[in-house]
Unconditional design. Structure first.
Length: 150
């Protein structure tokens, strides 16, 4: 159903529901300190959630196919993911949090050429994110060829 649930080990109370994946969730794992949960999904993303619920998850994009597995490093600073696309990716959690903050905290819209190295988006994600940002501020995005300097 695209949801992950966090249950109390003693079975009391209702589980916390982690909503956001667009398809089946294949794995969920706690961070070593127990404050975070990483989920891997058929929607090609890994998401890192606060166990206590507030806030949006950090979304890690980059796999071309379903992500079957995610795990935290011993110190909790990194997440490794394995995908059907035949790749494993190593994510630095603090970098992913920075990406998320940059996407939501700035009022200036980074152009695709800036989004790719700073927010670590693919070319298509960078273009789409740029266009979405400009429209959100009531502006017309610059033509793709002008943005890329072609």
């Amino acid at each position: 159903d695209g949801l992950a649930r966090v249950w109390r080990a003693d079975g009391r109370g209702e589980p916390g529901v982690l909503r956001g994946h667009g398809d089946a969730v294949y794995s969920a794992v706690f961070s070593p300190d127990g404050k975070w949960v990483a989920t891997a999904s058929k929607d090609k993303t890994v998401r890192v959630w606060r166990v206590d619920g507030p806030g949006d998850p950090v979304v890690m994009r980059g796999h071309a196919e379903a992500v079957y597995f995610a795990a935290f490093s011993r110190d909790g600073s990194r997440v490794v993911s394995a995908s059907q696309d035949g790749t494993a990716r190593l994510w630095t959690v603090s970098s992913a949090r920075l990406q998320d903050i940059l996407r939501t905290a700035i009022s200036a819209c980074l152009r695709p050429a800036e989004r790719q190295p700073f927010i670590l988006e693919t070319a298509d994600e960078a273009q789409g994110g740029y266009e979405q940002c400009e429209r959100a501020y009531g502006r017309t995005p610059i033509e793709t060829s002008a943005v890329r300097g072609e």
